[in-house]
Design a protein around this ligand. Structure first.
Ligand code: O7E
Length: 213
């Protein structure tokens, strides 16, 4: 079973609520990041909590350990269930994020390789693999790996064992859910759902990956 995670990159509270309300039966979690939080504030988390979907804070934290801890503490105090940080910042910053998440009964996911074309400029050549090793050493709950490059995500899967993989890039970025669903634990989908004239129907299209049938 692969979870469907809605990337809620809309800029208005009303639209955010409406999309979650419509897509709720067909999604497992909601990922919120800079677009919505900068536009509407972190209080949007409390508003969306009404829909009982675990909220993932996608701030791709990339800072020194102390600042990372401050950001993570604020995130978990607002009811998020997970936080995402970058891995290239190194072991102490990743550990700070993992520890703060676990102290708050939350999860920490680490970006190993991104989904856009330019990601190959720095993540290839062994960097993503090193980050995957760091994820295991730091005790993180899982990684973010690209749906746009299933062959790379398969390599990263071989390095992290049964830790979770959440994978963005399906839909608008061209990633094929059939090619990635079997390798990962969650597919992150944004525009293919929230830009649709019928977000419920758009989200429902991914239901086969949730049930495995
Ligand atoms: O392309 P979309 O509209 O389906 O949205 C994809 C979402 O996943 C969007 O929020 C984007 O910021 C995020 N994302 C990527 O697209 N690629 C990555 O490599 C990483 C992320 C991401 O969410 O990282 C943390 C999970």
């Amino acid at each position: 079973m692969t979870e469907i995670i809605l990337a809620l990159d809309v800029m208005k509270k009303d639209k955010a609520v409406s999309i979650v309300q419509k897509a709720a039966p067909y999604i497992d979690k909601v990922k919120i990041g800079y677009p919505l939080v900068l536009a509407e504030g972190l209080g949007i988390a409390e508003i969306l909590s009404e829909y009982k979907k675990p909220l993932i804070a996608d701030f791709k934290v990339a800072d020194i350990p102390n600042t990372t801890r401050l950001i993570a503490e604020e995130v978990f105090s607002r009811g998020f269930s997970a936080i995402i940080c970058h891995g290239f910042v190194g072991h102490d910053s990743v550990r700070a994020c993992v520890e703060t998440a676990h102290e708050n009964m939350g999860e920490c996911y680490v970006v190993t390789e991104m989904s856009h074309p330019g990601a190959v400029d720095f993540f290839h050549g062994g960097v993503a693999e090193r980050i995957a090793e760091l994820v295991c050493e730091a005790g993180a709950d899982g990684i973010i790996a690209p749906a746009t490059r299933p062959e790379r995500t398969a390599v990263l899967r071989s390095l992290i064992g049964n830790k979770k993989i959440l994978s963005p890039g399906v839909g608008a970025q061209g990633g094929d859910p059939d090619a990635i669903a079997g390798i990962v634990d969650g597919i992150i989908v944004g525009r293919a759902i929230y830009e649709s004239s019928d977000p419920a129907a758009a989200a429902r299209q991914y239901s086969c990956f949730r049930t495995g049938i």
